[in-house]
Each structure stands twice: as structure tokens, then as C-alpha cells.
Design a protein around this ligand. Structure first.
Ligand code: 26W
Length: 815
């Protein structure tokens, strides 16, 4: 196996610079050194990758296929270097060359093949699977354009395409020989085979060739490398005069266009189902390719297709890949000639489904006509799955129309993908305890009553390798100097840090590290069009996708409130604070974009008001993404997790903040509940309605925000200022809709449906407590250290071990 020493690495970099660019080290640009270094690192990975696969095959271990439309990887180079434990060697060589690794890392495009939580979770899971030694294949799409780059112009978000592949991506490997054909459209002809059995043949279809690109997922220090396989589409038959002659000209052009369009761009929406045909094409494309490959691979080494579930499990990341159920049925029925019962037995023992949201507007449902035209054979199969399922309901519930209304897969002209996923899976899980409880009691209640054993919880987690070891080197060394380095692969070891929480020297050192990380972030902000900020102020941070339920609006309204109090009373006792935001809004989500504009407008006024003496500042960090997130978590004092209780399935940013010693200011929502449990509620700042209270209001038509508006002069004043141009004399029209949403009901949306005014005072009070607490530096340092010490549960390693034990049943491999 290849291991690099200093001289070999230097030599390798020189060789690659020569081969790729005809340059010597002294003439090479940073970009070129990044490429040469990455190829050198990839060479080390390849050997481990091959030996991992050999070991998996020899041991014939079971494999999890993690099917996800999104993998939000973040940069690979730095992480791979750490996982291979090559950091010392690399740093020495780069020092000789006279360049810093951080600067080289900056050259890597951030592969942003995902939106937010769901995509980043998939990336953390792959990291943990490799580090723990389990056989896994991530299956996704090689989008040509990932998540858009956000530019802020005049306070407004502008979306710029993210051309991440333009310089080539050194870590990917095209695997032409593993490509498969995926068929769309046409019709199904029914005939009989020689044994008189019915055969279903798709005819007159369009097709594309799915070509896999493999990315290595390197385990930490264990020589295990798993694969993330992302599929690209190519035209099947390069169109030529031949097809023109045959009259297939039109079809050939169509096939080409189909191939060109499928993988073009990631849908930058993670809250609202839009029903776009192209998205369904993307879904079927990557699912069909992945399942076909998985079955072929299984059959290479096994004879009996019936035993597929012993060696293969398909985990569906939300409903986006839920056509998996029907595609596997298609392969088993049409290609392997199994009976329905045999095929269903295999399918329902291989598929499992994770739910990531209770927001009803995110539930995917496809109109029958659109679906059946695009996927005629798959539609037939879903109809049959539905027919048989409804028969079961009729038997079990005496044909109760209520049950059918709630549980049917096909209903009201639509195919409900969550219902398909649940019916076709042996496991259905939520992503935090509270979320799973709500699924059982509300959203999926009927399914839970019918098949309670399917349901289970898997509280999310995050990888400490990226979000502490790589993102926060100072705190990593601090931790390791005190408790050793076992936390890197077993985060429960952090508990040993508890004994240092009260130690004054550790407290001072911790606060000094936090300060250094705040300086680093302040420099980044200055460099990226932001204002000057004071690293001695409290860094109060909310970074996540922009959505009304996440309530960035509540945060900025508190800032407005604080500012107005300060204007009224310039001698007010206040600890200097920097309110930091980072968030992308879906391109078509107008209210979310207006909230971004509001944050920036409020920031402009406050940051330029000399009279308040820099006591508060507001920063909107442009283009929030994985690479700058690592730096932001490291610098945070306060972690804003303020979603309307019951709406945030889990949250994972909350865990990244905790790992970096920020204190949680949050509602009892998602995994916040478990964070408070682990660290002790007295070491968090919890406020607001509980999930039960929110659900109760919702079931009884909401509440009346006008009452609050009429009686709370603080609220009334900021809301008036919002629309009267106080924060933006030119563009305040944009804020009228926000104002209206808080006070008026519109169509199906209740007034203030996210309970912002209802929770406002409770939030103000919690914020006041934050400031009081920060005055006691020793308490703060102790509590921050306690947060780090008690984050063990929130490692994705723990999450993956639970998936393995309860759902996937994989064997651990050591090399
Ligand atoms: C159809 C459009 C669409 C696209 C993506 C709807 C919904 C999604 C995702 C399910 C949204 C998402 O990312 N959910 C987040 O998943 C995280 C990982 O489990 C959780 O931590 C977050 O709470 C949840 O919002």
C-alpha cells in the first residue's frame, strides 16, 4: 500500500505540475498546486480504495446503498489529508514550497450538490460509514451546477450559477464500463412468453445512458475507502444521418436533449414541493441506475436473487428516491421473472425510508398523468402496489374511507410518494425523538397504528472530523491536550472534558481560543464585503437555509427592538453584540428573499449609526456554505435555534455549534430537546411555545396576533418602522408582505402562522438572560466547555451505529 513520505510527496507534486501544466513548482499558480497536490493525494487513496473493495468482496459483506438526491460534501482535500494522517508531511512540503495549506484549500471548489440539512447529513453519514468500517455506496446525481452562489447586491440576494466542474475535479473517477440504460416514456405492450406468462415490454421509449463518477470517501486513519457514486447522463445513440434516414431523427434529437437536461442543475429548494417534471426525471434517473447496478453487482457473486436482502439494503433519504420501491419491483418481475409475492417479499425487506420534515408543503405528490406518461411501467406497478395495499386496509379496517383517504398511495389524482415509501419499506424513521413522536402521533398516525414495528427514531448526528478536527484546529488541540485524541473516532470520550470545566486555566485558554477564532471570522467577513466587527463582542449566530419556520424574522425583529431601546436610552446597560446571519433563500421564495433584504437594511442602519457606539452590529455573511460554515461554528458564542416548535425535524447546525462550544438559544424543537437533555437545560437558553402548544393552536385555528400588536408597544413600533421606511427609505415596499404575513390571514395561511409575535417577549427575555450570563466570564467559559463535553451523543458515528444495529445489519470490516 502506498504511503507517502516528504520526498515522495514533493516529487509527486512536481511530476503532476509537469504532466498537467508543463510547469515547475516556482512557476505554478495556487490553482495548479492545488490540482497537483490533489492528484498526489488521490494516488494514495486509490490503493486503499482498491484494497477496501477487495476486502469487502472476500468477506462478502452486506452493503448499504444510501440513495439521496443530495450530498453536500464540502471540500475534500483538507479532509482527505487529515483522514490519511498526512497533514504533517503535506505541511512540511508546502512550507518548503513557501505556501500555506489553507491557501491551497481555498482553491478547491466547494462541491455543493445539496441544499442544506438533508444533503449535509448524507455527507456526514458517508464519513462515519467509512470511519466505522462498514460497506456503503452513496448514490446520487452529478449535477453540473450545484447549489447557486449567493451574491448580495444592494441588500438583495442574487443567484449566480455554481460551475464547480469548470477546472475538472481531481477526486472523481469516471467509470464508463459501469454505465446502464434508463428508459423514459413510450408505452407498455403486454405479450406472453414461451411459458404463457404475461410479459410487459416498454416500447417506443426515450433513453439515456447513466454513467457513474465515483468519489472516494476516506475513513479516518483506518485505510477504508467507500464510494460516493454520482450519475451523469449521456445520449445513448449519438445522432447521425443513419437515424435521419430511418425517420428517427426527431427521437435522436430528443434523446440528446433529455441527456443534456437531466443532470444540469440541482433544484435549489428544500422546503416546497414544486411538481416539476424534470425533477421526477432526475429522481427516476439516478434511482434506476443505482438499483440496476446494485442488483447486477449482487448477481455477480450470488445465485439466488431471493436472498438479496441478506446482502443489500436501500436507504431512501426522504421521499426523493422513493421510486426505488417500484423500480426494484420492475427489475424483479420483468428481468428476473419472479412472481408478485416473491418480488414484494424481497423489496419490502430491502427498502427503508427516512422522513426529514413534517412540513406538509414539502410532501411530494405527482399528478397521475405526468407520472404515467414519463414512467408508464413504473406507474402500472404503483397502481398494483396500491390496489393490493387498499385490499389490506379493507380487510383490516372494514373499508373505512377515512383510512383510505389518509393512507392510499394514489389519491385524488396524485401519487403520494411518502405513502409509497412507507408501504414499500421495512423501516420508517424520523430524525430526532420529538420529530419521530410527532410522526407517530400526527402526520403518519394511521401508518403507525397499522404497522407500529416499522417505526423508529434515529436522532441525527454530525461528523466531528470535519466540524471540529478540520474546522477548529485550536479547539481540537485544546481538547486533545487534556483528554487525548480518542474523541476523534469516539465522541463519547468528550465527557472526560467535564473535569476541566471549572478549571480557571482551562477556562482562560478556552476563551482565548474562542477569541482567536472570532478574529479569524472577523477577518473573513472584512475580506468578503462585510463590516468591521469587534471580536470582543458576543458573536450571536444564526446560519441555515432561510425559511419562515426557522424564524430569522424573529431574530432580526429582536435586533430592531434592541436598537430602538438603545436609541431611546443611550446609556442602556448592554454587552456589545454582533448578530451574524448566513442564509440562502430558494430563488422563487419571495418572502424569504424579503427577509434577507430586511436583515441587510437593518444592518445598514445600525452599523452606520455612530450614536450607538458600535454596541450592536449586524452582519449578513454572503454565500453561506460548508467551507465557511466550519469557520463560523468555531467562532460562535451563541447558537440561534429558534424554529417554531414542532417544525424543525432535527436540525444539525445546532450540534455543530455545541461541538464548538457555543451556547444554544432555542426552542424545544427537533434535536434541541436532546441537546438540552444532554448538557442540562440550565446550560442552555430555552424559550417559547412547546410543540404541544403549537399543535394545539393549529388544531384550533391559530391565535390572534392583532391582540399582541395592539397591546405591545414595542412590537407595534418595530413593525411600523419596518413598513414606514425607517430601515430603508427606498425599498421598504418589500417589507409590506412580511408585515402582512404577521397580521393577516391569506388563503390557507393563518396570520403569523409561525408564532413570531406570540414568542416575541419570551425570546426578548431569553436574550436578556444571554447578556446577563455573558457578563460572568467564568460561568460562560464553564458552560461552553460543558457543552463540548456533553456533545458525544451528536456524533454521526453514534447515529450510524444505530442504523446499523436496528435497520441495516451490516458487519464491521477492519483492514
Ligand atoms: C421537494 C422539495 C424538498 C427538498 C428537500 C422538500 C424537503 C427537502 C428536505 C427534506 C428538507 C431538509 O433538508 N430537511 C432537513 O433535514 C435535516 C436532516 O435530517 C434536519 O436536520 C432538518 O431539521 C430538516 O429540515
Amino acid at each position: 500500500m502506498k504511503v507517502l513520505n516528504k520526498d515522495e510527496l514533493r516529487h509527486s507534486i512536481e511530476e503532476y505540475l509537469k504532466i498537467l501544466y508543463r510547469k515547475e513548482v516556482s512557476e505554478a499558480s495556487r490553482m495548479q498546486i492545488y490540482q497537483a497536490l490533489s492528484y498526489s493525494i488521490k494516488d494514495v487513496i486509490i490503493d486503499q480504495w482498491m484494497s477496501t473493495h477487495r476486502a469487502f468482496e472476500e468477506k462478502d459483506v452486506k452493503t448499504v446503498y444510501y440513495l439521496s438526491m443530495e450530498f453536500l460534501l464540502g471540500r475534500a482535500l483538507g479532509n482527505n489529508i487529515i483522514s490519511l494522517k498526512l497533514d504533517k508531511v503535506v505541511n512540511t512540503v508546502l512550507e518548503e514550497i513557501g505556501i500555506k495549506l489553507e491557501d491551497i484549500e481555498e482553491e478547491e471548489p466547494d462541491p455543493a450538490l445539496g441544499n442544506g440539512g438533508l444533503g449535509r447529513l448524507a455527507a456526514c453519514f458517508l464519513d462515519s460509514l467509512s470511519t466505522l468500517g462498514y460497506a456503503a455506496v452513496g448514490c446520487g446525481i452529478r449535477y453540473k451546477y450545484g447549489m447557486f452562489k449567493q451574491v448580495i447586491e444592494n441588500g438583495f440576494q442574487i443567484e449566480v450559477p455554481d460551475d464547480w466542474l469548470k477546472n475538472g475535479y481531481p477526486f472523481e473517477m469516471k467509470q464508463d464500463d459501469l454505465s446502464v440504460i434508463v428508459k423514459f416514456g413510450g408505452y407498455v405492450r403486454i405479450t406472453k412468453d414461451e411459458l404463457g406468462r404475461e410479459k410487459y415490454i416498454q416500447e417506443n421509449y426515450s433513453s439515456v445512458r447513466a454513467v457513474p463518477y465515483d468519489l472516494p470517501i476516506v475513513g479516518y486513519g483506518n485505510h477504508i475507502v467507500n464510494t460516493l457514486r454520482i450519475w451523469d447522463a449521456e445520449a445513448t445513440n449519438h445522432f447521425n444521418l443513419d437515424s435521419f434516414d430511418k425517420g428517427d431523427y426527431q427521437k435522436a434529437v430528443e434523446d440528446q436533449n433529455l441527456a443534456r437536461s437531466i443532470c444540469e442543475v440541482l433544484y435549489p429548494n428544500d422546503s416546497h414541493y414544486a411538481g416539476k417534471e424534470l425533477r421526477l426525471k432526475q429522481q427516476y434517473f439516478f434511482v434506476s441506475a443505482s438499483i440496476q447496478r446494485a442488483v447486477l453487482k449482487y448477481m455477480e457473486k450470488h445465485e439466488d436473487i431471493h436472498k438479496l436482502p441478506e446482502k443489500v439494503v436501500f436507504q431512501m433519504n426522504d421521499t426523493h428516491p422513493s421510486v426505488t420501491v417500484a423500480e426494484l419491483m420492475r427489475i424483479l418481475l420483468d428481468d428476473y421473472n419472479l412472481s408478485w409475492e416473491e418480488a414484494w417479499e424481497i423489496t419490502t425487506h430491502s427498502c427503508a425510508y427516512t422522513n426529514h420534515t413534517i412540513m406538509s408543503e414539502a410532501l411530494e405528490k405527482w399528478p397521475i398523468d405526468l407520472f404515467s406518461k414519463l414512467l408508464p411501467r413504473i406507474y402500472q406497478l404503483i397502481e398494483e402496489i396500491n390496489r393490493r395495499f387498499l385490499m389490506n386496509i379493507k380487510v383490516q379496517y372494514n373499508g373505512d374511507p377515512n383510512k383510505i383517504e389518509k393512507m392510499a398511495i394514489i389519491y385524488n389524482g396524485h401519487i403520494r410518494m411518502a405513502n409509497l415509501a412507507i408501504v414499500g419499506s421495512f423501516s420508517v424513521n424520523g430524525v430526532a425523538e420529538l420529530h419521530t413522536d410527532i410522526l407517530k402521533k400526527q402526520q403518519l398516525r394511521d401508518f403507525y397504528e397499522m404497522t407500529p414495528d416499522k417505526f423508529n427514531n434515529k436522532t441525527n448526528g454530525i461528523t466531528q472530523r470535519r466540524f471540529l478536527l478540520h474546522g477548529n484546529p485550536l479547539l481540537s488541540s485544546f481538547v486533545t491536550s487534556r483528554i487525548g485524541d480518542k474523541w476523534i473516532t469516539n465522541l463519547q470520550h468528550m465527557k472526560n472534558l467535564e473535569e476541566f470545566a471549572k478549571d480557571p486555566k482551562s477556562q482562560r485558554e478556552f476563551m482565548e481560543i474562542k477569541y482567536q477564532n472570532k478574529v479569524r471570522l472577523a477577518e473573513y467577513i472584512k475580506l468578503h464585503n462585510g463590516p468591521e466587527i469587534d471580536p470582543n463582542s458576543i458573536f450571536d449566530v444564526q446560519v441555515k437555509r432561510l425559511h419562515e419556520y426557522k424564524r430569522q424574522l424573529l431574530n432580526i425583529m429582536h435586533v430592531m427592538y434592541l436598537y430602538e431601546e438603545l436609541k431611546k436610552n443611550p446609556n442602556m446597560d448592554i454587552v456589545p453584540r454582533t448578530f451574524i446571519f448566513g442564509a440562502k433563500a430558494s430563488a422563487g421564495y419571495h418572502r424569504a428573499k424579503a427577509i434577507i433584504k430586511l436583515i441587510n437594511s437593518v444592518g445598514d442602519v445600525i452599523n452606520n449609526d455612530k450614536s450607538i457606539n458600535n454596541k450592536i452590529k449586524v452582519v449578513f455573511i454572503e454565500n453561506y456554505r460548508v467551507s465557511n460554515a466550519e469557520m463560523i461554528f468555531a467562532a460562535a458564542d451563541v447558537s440561534e435555534q429558534i424554529s417554531t416548535a414542532s417544525k424543525e425535524a432535527s436540525g444539525t447546525g445546532n450540534m455543530k455549534f455545541m461541538l464548538n462550544g457555543a451556547l444554544t438559544l432555542g426552542t424545544l424543537d427537533g434535536a434541541n430537546v436532546e441537546i438540552a437533555e444532554e448538557v442540562g437545560v440550565e446550560n442552555t437558553f430555552i424559550f417559547g411555545l412547546t410543540a404541544d402548544e403549537v399543535i394545539h393552536y393549529e388544531l384550533h385555528g391559530g391565535y390572534n396576533p392583532r391582540e399582541i400588536y395592539d397591546h405591545d408597544m414595542g412590537v407595534q413600533s418595530i413593525m411600523k418602522h419596518m413598513i414606514e421606511g425607517y430601515y430603508d427609505p427606498i425599498n421598504h415596499d418589500a417589507f409590506q408582505d412580511i408585515y402582512n404575513s404577521l397580521l393577516d390571514s391569506y388563503q390557507l395561511d393563518r396570520a403569523d402562522q409561525y408564532f413570531i409575535l406570540k414568542d416575541f417577549r419570551s425570546y426578548v427575555e431569553a436574550q436578556r438572560k444571554v447578556q446577563e450570563a455573558y457578563k460572568d466570564k467564568s460561568w460562560w467559559a464553564k458552560t461552553a466547555i460543558l457543552n463540548v463535553a456533553n456533545c458525544g451523543k451528536f456524533s454521526s458515528d453514534r447515529t450510524i451505529e444505530e442504523y446499523v444495529k436496528d435497520i441495516w445489519k451490516l458487519e464491521k470490516v477492519t483492514l
